[in-house]
Write a protein that binds this ligand. Structure first.
Ligand SMILES: [Zn+2]
Length: 77
């Protein structure tokens, strides 16, 4: 029984490291945003770009789940 019966939320996003170009597919948390992400190749710690709520929105192929489920915005606002 999942109270958050969300539909069509994509939980997989491929993050591209802006430092070395390494692409890694990650699973996003459904209930929170991820502010920090460490590239497994170059060890750069990525942070969201200005205006973005999380690293998936800035560097991933898919926006984060809170943005997908609510048109109004994300948990950080
Ligand atoms: Zn990297």
């Amino acid at each position: 029984m999942d109270a958050l019966n969300m539909t069509k939320v994509v939980l997989h996003s491929a993050i591209t490291c802006p430092e070395c170009g390494h692409v890694k597919e990650e699973t996003m948390p459904t209930d929170s945003c991820q502010w920090f992400y460490e590239c497994e190749r170059c060890r750069s710690v990525l942070r969201p770009l200005a205006g973005d709520c999380c690293v998936f929105c800035s560097y991933g192929t898919v926006k984060c789940p809170p943005i997908q489920t609510s048109a109004s915005g994300c948990c950080s606002r």
